[in-house]
Design a protein around this ligand. Structure first.
Ligand code: NAP
Length: 203
């Protein structure tokens, strides 16, 4: 099976694998070392964003729209209120991840940023729809919270692409999901991905 849209994860977690505390706070992600770790390049390479309701709620509570003018799909089985967003483009979708991906592909999107723990888990379990995961591990254990990964019906094999280390103790691992459907040949690799390979080679 081939598809022309690439689906990527780029997130920060505690070493024990939590995206957020039980109350959704993400204060532990701040290492007090603001060294860039590739997010800007990554974000520049995606043409749309898919987030789960809880991630959306967090952004709403933050009070600042974090996604600029890129189209954002919020996944939820319930209505969402996006009336407060002034310049962004927000749409709600729900249902099977494979159907959602087919819809995004049909609209011509080529690289989607998938974010939110439950959302990522559902995309991974549904035919291993995620292609690439960049996970930055912050050197802290928080014991409980919203996990990046959860129970699986079967193993999902990953291919290690690179490990980068940063001041402040951040360790960033990049993986390809081995079973993800092949990307069609017309998919052009993004310049940031090339840059990252270069960085990894130097290390
Ligand atoms: N550290 C980081 O880099 C990072 C990144 C992202 C998020 N976060 C934080 O981590 C936490 C993530 O929360 P979370 O794991 O609960 O995940 P989430 O993926 O943000 O939200 C989960 C919710 O999204 C909806 N959903 C997901 N897939 C769906 C589908 N296919 N169809 C319909 N609805 C779907 C469901 O909402 P309904 O119940 O409404 O249907 C589900 O309960 C948040 O606090 C967020 O702010 C941290």
């Amino acid at each position: 099976m081939q598809r022309s849209i690439k689906l990527s994860v780029f997130c920060g977690v505690s070493v024990d694998g939590f995206l957020a505390r039980p109350d959704h706070k993400v204060d532990f992600l701040d290492t007090h070392e603001q060294e860039p770790h590739g997010y800007e390049e990554f974000y520049g390479s995606v043409d749309m964003v898919v987030i789960g309701r809880n991630t959306y709620q967090f952004v709403v509570s933050y009070g600042q729209w974090l996604y600029g003018k890129k189209p954002v799909v919020v996944l939820s089985s319930r209505p969402i209120d996006s009336s407060w967003i002034k310049n962004g483009v927000v749409e709600q979708m729900a249902g099977e991840p494979a159907r959602i991906v087919a819809e995004l592909e049909a609209r011509g999107y080529r690289h989607a940023y998938i974010d939110g723990g439950v959302t990522i888990q559902r995309f991974l379990v549904a035919a291993e729809l995620i292609d690439r995961m960049v996970i930055s591990y912050v050197p802290v254990l928080i014991g409980s919270g919203m996990p990046l990964f959860g129970p699986l019906p079967h193993d999902i094999q990953l291919r290690h692409v690179a490990t980068r280390t940063y001041r402040g103790g951040l360790v960033q691992n990049e993986y390809q999901v081995a079973g993800a459907p092949k990307l069609a040949k017309k998919q052009t690799p993004t310049p940031p991905a090339k840059k990252k390979k270069g960085v990894a080679k130097k290390r």
